[in-house]
Design a protein around this ligand. Structure first.
Ligand code: GTP
Ligand code: MG
Length: 329
C-alpha cells in the first residue's frame, strides 16, 4: 500500500478510499506511519447523540457551511451498532445527497466488525488519514450509546452532542452521560414541539454545573478578583437547529469556531492532544497486552477459570491472578 502515500498526501480521492479500506482491515500500518508526520492540521469535530436526532442531516448541513467557506471536509460516519455497513451507509448517503459530486467533500462510513475496541482505533486512524489527505475539517458522526462512541468523540477537538425534542425523554444526553463531553449542545428538530423547553432545560443544567454569569453568550468568572487566576472555562452553548431546513447552522458554525478559537487562545489545543494521545496509547497497549496474555495461556485455561468462577469456587479477581500466573506477556 506504500505506493498510495504520495497520492494520498496530494489529496487523490481513489488513494484516500483505498487507504481507508486498508485501515478498516488493519492493513495500513506502513501507510499510517508514513503519513503520520502530515497529520495534526485538521479541525476535528465529533458529532454524537441518540439515534435519529438528526446527526447525519446536521453533518451534511455543516459540511455545506464549510464548503461555502471554501474549506474541504472529510466525513466519517461510525456505526458501532451494526456489524454491516449496509443500512447506515445507505441512510447517510440519502441524508448527505446534497454533497454528492462535490470534490471538496469526502464521505466514508465505518461499521463495527466484531470488536468495538477495534472500531474505535480504526476510526482514529481513519481521522488521521483524512487529515493527512488535506481535509481542513474532519467531522466524525457516532451514535452515542456506549464507551466506544465516547472514545471516538474524545478524539475530537470540538464535540457536538445532538438532542431532539419529543423522543420520549426531554433530555436524552444527560441520561446517556453525554453532557460531560459536550463542547456545544445542539437541540435539533427545533421545528418540533418541546424544543424550547429542551433548550431551556439544558441551559439550566449547564448553569448549575458552571457557577458563572452569562452575558450575551460570552462569560466571565463569578469572582473576577481572585488572587490565583482560575483556569479558563468553556461553557457549552446550546444552539437550536432545524438541520433539514438549514436553520441555525450559521449560529452553530460560529459556536464551533468560537470553541476552536478558545482552545487556541488559551493554549489548550496542545494539552488536549497530549491527553488524547496518552489515552489512545494506553488503550492500544491494553488491547495488545490482553491479546498476548490470552494467546500465551495453556489450552482451556480461560474456560477452566470461567467454570470455577461460575461455580463460586473462586472470585473473578482471583481468576485474573490465576491467569496472570499461567500466561506471560
Ligand atoms: N422535523 C425535523 N426532522 C429532521 C430534522 N433533522 C433531521 N430530521 C429527520 O430526522 C430523521 C433522522 O435524521 P438523521 O440525520 O438520519 O438522524 P441521525 O441522528 O443521523 O440518525 P442515526 O444515524 O440513525 O442515529 C430523518 O428523517 C431526517 O430527515 C429537523 O431539524 N427537523
Ligand atoms: Mg446518522
Amino acid at each position: 500500500m506504500i505506493e498510495l502515500v504520495q497520492p494520498l498526501l496530494n489529496g487523490d480521492r481513489r488513494a484516500l478510499a483505498r487507504v481507508l479500506t486498508g485501515v478498516e482491515n488493519q492493513q495500513a500500518g506502513d501507510v499510517l506511519a508514513a503519513v503520520y508526520p502530515h497529520t495534526g492540521r485538521a479541525h476535528i469535530i465529533g458529532v454524537t447523540g441518540a439515534p435519529g436526532t438528526g446527526k447525519s442531516t446536521l453533518v451534511a448541513a455543516l459540511a455545506g457551511g464549510y464548503r461555502a467557506q471554501h474549506k474541504t471536509v472529510g466525513i466519517l460516519a461510525v456505526d458501532p451498532t451494526s456489524p454491516f455497513s449496509g443500512g447506515a451507509v445507505l441512510g447517510d448517503r440519502i441524508r448527505m445527497q446534497s454533497l454528492a459530486g462535490d470534490k471538496g467533500v469526502f464521505i466514508r462510513s465505518m461499521a463495527s466488525r466484531g470488536s468495538l475496541g477495534g472500531l474505535a482505533s480504526a476510526a482514529l486512524d481513519a481521522i488521521r488519514v483524512l487529515d493527512a489527505a488535506g481535509m481542513d475539517v474532519v467531522i466524525v458522526e457516532t451514535v452515542g450509546a456506549g464507551q466506544s462512541e465516547v472514545d471516538i468523540a474524545r478524539a475530537a477537538h470540538t464535540t457536538l452532542v445532538v438532542e431532539a425534542p419529543g423522543l420520549g425523554d426531554e433530555i436524552q444526553a444527560i441520561k446517556a452521560g453525554l453532557l460531560e463531553i459536550a463542547d456545544v449542545l445542539v437541540v435539533n428538530k427545533a421545528d418540533r414541539p418541546g424544543a424550547e423547553n429542551a433548550v431551556r432545560a439544558l441551559r439550566m443544567m449547564l448553569d448549575i454545573g458552571h457557577p458563572v454569569e452569562r452575558h450575551h453568550g460570552r462569560f466571565i468568572a463569578a469572582s473576577p478578583v481572585s488572587v490565583a487566576e482560575p483556569p479558563p472555562m468553556w461553557i457549552p452553548p446550546v444552539i437550536a437547529t432545524v438541520a433539514s431546513k438549514g436553520e441555525g447552522i450559521d449560529e452553530l458554525l460560529v459556536a464551533i469556531s468560537d470553541h476552536h478559537r478558545f482552545l487556541v487562545d488559551h493554549h489548550m489545543l496542545g494539552r488536549l492532544e497530549q491527553e488524547q494521545i496518552e489515552v489512545e496509547i494506553c488503550e492500544r497497549l491494553r488491547n495488545v497486552l490482553v491479546d498476548r496474555l490470552l494467546e500465551s495461556l495453556p489450552q482451556g485455561a480461560l474456560m477452566e477459570v470461567v467454570r470455577q468462577v461460575q461455580a463460586r469456587q473462586v472470585t473473578p479477581q482471583r481468576a485474573v491472578e490465576v491467569l496472570l500466573g499461567q500466561g506471560h506477556i
